[in-house]
Design a protein around this ligand. Structure first.
Ligand SMILES: NC(=O)C1=CN([C@@H]2O[C@H](COP(=O)(O)OP(=O)(O)OC[C@H]3O[C@@H](n4cnc5c(N)ncnc54)[C@H](O)[C@@H]3O)[C@@H](O)[C@H]2O)C=CC1
Ligand SMILES: O=C(O)C1=N[C@H](C(=O)O)C[C@H](O)C1
Length: 251
């Protein structure tokens, strides 16, 4: 049985992980960490360093500013970590990279299998359509989301740039622009409203034709399920920084 500490246990995703783990005998939540220490069915702490329970892995769905402290405490405890939190700054990403030299860390801005398949399709399309088609990404999320654009939108943009040798320059919205779109641009647009779980559209717009590749999350459970699979994967890895691609490759 895999013993889990949930970082961000009182949040929307923390509660999804709690429910999925309770339904699956292969997992047990032994403790939680959150700045909101409202009681749950397991002990809740305000800092990972204070957790007394033995665990195999930490799953993090919290807030970007909380991640460096989490990673430093995981390093002290030699605990593998699954990081799902988005909106991480360059500095916060560096802390993760450094720590991954000593502990295994799995990081993905989207834990669903579907988005990772979308990324493969988008890479293929970008290679074929790069000459004549403009690429734009539109993401839509619920009105509680704090970061914009979504981590997934940025991950999709980075994967496009990976196959196009960093040719694309990201343009976030166009409301202040008074000039024509350059072919080198990759537009990224964020919509926020209601309870939208998470939608990502990648538009390839050419002359008189548009190809759209899209993913629509219909529940938060798809992210929770992926995070549990990532936890199962990461506990058996050597120190390093792992992504969904590594998990999918492993089968
Ligand atoms: N990679 C993925 O597949 C997914 C990633 N996310 C990301 O996960 C994060 C959390 O999402 P939600 O659960 O929807 O948010 P939420 O706001 O419902 O929950 C966040 C929790 O983290 C806690 N928290 C905030 N600051 C903290 C700190 N300094 N120390 C400890 N706990 C702290 C909050 O009290 C809250 O309980 C966001 O960054 C979101 O974008 C969300 C869904 C899927
Ligand atoms: O905050 C969310 O809800 C989500 N965040 C992730 C992101 O920023 O890409 C993933 C998912 O779309 C839900």
């Amino acid at each position: 049985m895999i013993r889990i500490i949930i970082h961000g246990c009182n949040g929307k995703m923390g509660k999804v992980i709690t429910k999925l783990a309770a339904e699956n005998p292969g997992f047990k939540v032994v403790a939680g960490v959150d700045k909101n220490t409202s009681p749950l069915d397991f002990p809740v702490y305000s800092d990972l360093k204070d957790v007394k329970e033995e665990a195999d892995v930490v799953i993090d769905f919290s807030y970007h500013e909380a991640v460096p402290n989490l990673v430093k405490a995981a390093l002290q405890k030699k605990l593998p970590v699954v990081i799902a939190t988005t909106g991480l700054s360059e500095e916060e990403l560096k802390v993760i990279e450094e720590a991954s030299k000593e502990i295994p860390i799995f990081k993905s801005a989207n834990m669903s299998l579907g988005v990772n398949i979308l990324i493969n399709l988008v890479k293929e399309a970008a290679k074929i359509l790069q000459q004549d088609f403009d690429i734009e990404i539109i993401e839509k999320h619920h009105n509680m989301k704090k970061d914009a654009p979504s981590g997934t939108a940025l991950m999709i943009a980075d994967s496009i740039n990976q196959v196009l040798n960093d040719k694309k320059e990201y343009v976030y919205g166009r409301h202040t622009k008074t000039e024509q779109r350059k072919p080198s641009e990759l537009g990224i647009h964020a919509v926020r409203g209601g309870t939208i779980v998470g939608e990502h559209q990648v538009i390839f717009a050419g002359h008189d034709e548009v190809i759209t590749i899209s993913h629509s999350a219909q529940s938060r459970e798809i992210f929770g399920y992926g995070a549990l699979q990532a936890a199962k994967f990461i506990i058996n890895q050597k120190p390093g920084l792992y992504t969904m691609e590594d998990l999918v490759k492993k089968g």
